[in-house]
Design a protein around this ligand. Structure first.
Ligand code: NDP
Length: 472
């Protein structure tokens, strides 16, 4: 595919191969953009922002609604693109394509809700005859930098709200998975989005990212990805608004009164879908010593039942990781934990980019598999004897994106909700759950700012205060 900059599809002789992570076959190629392309992209987007600023909310909503309809019509094609480039099983690709359309639909609704407030300025001393109100205005040019693991869904979480708020948006998709973002551009154009209002530049983050994020004409950066890249972008961004959706090593606490069958069922889903490559994937499991053995015997057969292989084949429950090097890293961390005293219950092997679903028991929280973000198909179990210790362990991390507890005790659930340092809290479900309309974002090193169209539109617009000095 070509990239879309300055309102036109543009090719280049230098290409990036987009590979199927399962077998390494080339799915397609995209141009390798460079700094000059970024400059052209931003210049086009500045003109696009001027066009978008003048488009009434009703028309912005109509465009987005039409795009959502087109996405639903083309959902099977979108699902296949997502699964082919990313490696998730087709069932997950289908869920992603439907949810992506829903985000664009939610954004259409939000386009009509940009509102300000009236301020009672006469409440300030000496302010008789003053009348004040706020108006919300677009930021202008929004840069959306996205990761590989939800190549359509997370792009929509940025593009939808940016357009709803009256901005022009420049997408820089992950180099491993740019195809679904480019397909989305085709759909947005068909839905009537002005060509200069949507840009998609392909190229390596290191080459095009700094130029894009450091440019003063970009007024807002919305980034989803690793802590390291997010931290780097914050330093290069300078004086502009920034939203950071970063990683985590999500904890799950299993109390002695939990429904262990349900915990096991949920954990087999929330720890292993997309090969564990989900920012809120369950990674650290703290289990009450009293129910440890029973929980493990419930969990093991359910994880054993996760069949692996070609993500596009019927019957596969878990596909490959994005790159063989990532699979090798996860395999290494598992081996390192076992050498340091963890017990391998199941899994632990690797073939190419596929890592077998793994359960490690007796994990020491200081092991890399626990204290760093694993981003792979393994969970580590650690015992505890009281809830205070479990909460302390859950909090003993730089991350804070999602955390979960299973208990029937309301007091324990509330203690967990209040004391655990995490942007998303789940009671009686796993860490991996999200409705696209909810405020979603992390604490601590998991980031800043919230996504979910209503919240993202807020972050992609600015408030102006208007004071009318009336005759008193
Ligand atoms: P990366 O941080 O490696 O990459 C994310 C994006 O940043 C890619 O588009 C990448 O481009 C780009 N990039 C790389 N270097 C720069 C730079 N110097 N300036 C600007 N952009 C740059 O993340 P991954 O794609 O590997 O995704 C996995 C990470 O994302 C995990 O940590 C995961 O937890 C996190 N994540 C967080 C979510 C959340 O909502 N909190 C949701 C999903 C994932 P390129 O691909 O070309 O290198």
């Amino acid at each position: 595919m070509k990239m879309f900059i300055g309102g036109e599809w543009k090719d280049k002789s230098e290409k990036i191969d987009v590979l199927n992570p399962f077998d390494g076959s080339v799915v397609d190629t995209v141009p390798r953009g460079d700094a000059a392309d970024v400059d052209e992209a931003i210049a086009g987007a500045v003109r696009g922002a001027a066009i978008m600023r003048k488009i009434p909310a009703f028309d912005r909503a109509q465009m987005l609604r039409k795009a959502a309809d087109l996405m639903l019509e083309q959902q099977e094609e979108l699902a296949k693109i997502v699964s082919s480039e990313e490696g998730k099983i087709l069932a997950e690709g289908r869920v992603e394509s439907v949810r992506a359309a829903e985000i664009i639909q939610l954004s259409a609704e939000e386009a009509k809700r940009l509102r300000g407030e009236v301020l009672p300025l006469d409440g300030a001393p000496g302010s008789t005859g003053k009348f004040g109100f706020t108006i919300r205005v677009p930021c202008g040019v929004v840069a959306a930098v996205t990761p590989f693991n939800f190549p359509l869904h997370l792009v929509c979480h940025k593009v939808g709200p940016a357009l709803a708020g009256g901005n022009a948006v420049i997408v820089k998709p992950a180099s491993d998975t740019p195809l679904s973002a480019l397909k989305l551009v085709e759909i947005l154009l068909e839905a009537g989005v002005p060509p200069l209002a949507i840009t998609c530049i392909t190229g390596s983050g290191g080459q095009v990212g700094d130029t894009l994020c450091g440019d003063k004409r970009v007024r807002k950066i919305s980034f989803t990805g690793s802590y390291e890249v997010g931290d780097h972008i914050c330093r290069t961004a300078g004086m502009k608004k920034v939203t950071m959706e970063l990683g985590s090593n999500a904890p799950l606490i299993v109390m002695d009164d939990a429904d262990l069958q349900k915990v096991a069922e949920v954990t087999a889903m929330t720890g292993f879908s997309n090969s564990g490559q989900v920012c809120i994937s369950t990674q650290r499991i703290y289990v009450d010593d009293k129910v440890h053995d029973e929980f493990l015997s419930e969990l093991t057969p359910r994880v054993e039942a996760i069949t692996t292989g070609d993500q596009l084949a019927d019957g596969t429950k878990m596909g490959p990781m994005i790159r063989e090097s990532d699979a090798a890293r996860v395999h290494e961390w598992i081996g390192e934990a076992v050498n340091a005293g963890a017990r391998l219950v199941i899994g632990g092997s690797r073939e190419g980019s596929v890592v077998q679903p793994t359960i490690l028991d007796e994990v020491d929280p200081k092991m890399r598999i626990s204290c760093n973000e694993l981003f792979g198909p393994a969970v580590g179990i650690t015992r505890f004897t009281d809830i205070d210790a479990a909460i302390a362990q859950a909090n003993d991390t730089d991350y804070g994106l999602s955390a979960a507890i299973f208990t029937q005790d309301l007091d324990r659930a509330m203690q967990f909700a209040q004391e655990v340092e995490s942007g998303n809290i789940h009671i009686n479900w796993g860490t991996q759950w999200r409705a696209d309309l909810m405020p979603y974002g992390g604490l601590k090193d998991s980031g800043m700012g919230k996504e979910g169209p209503s919240y993202a539109v807020e972050e992609m617009t600015e408030t102006k205060m208007v004071v009318m000095h009336l005759k008193s």
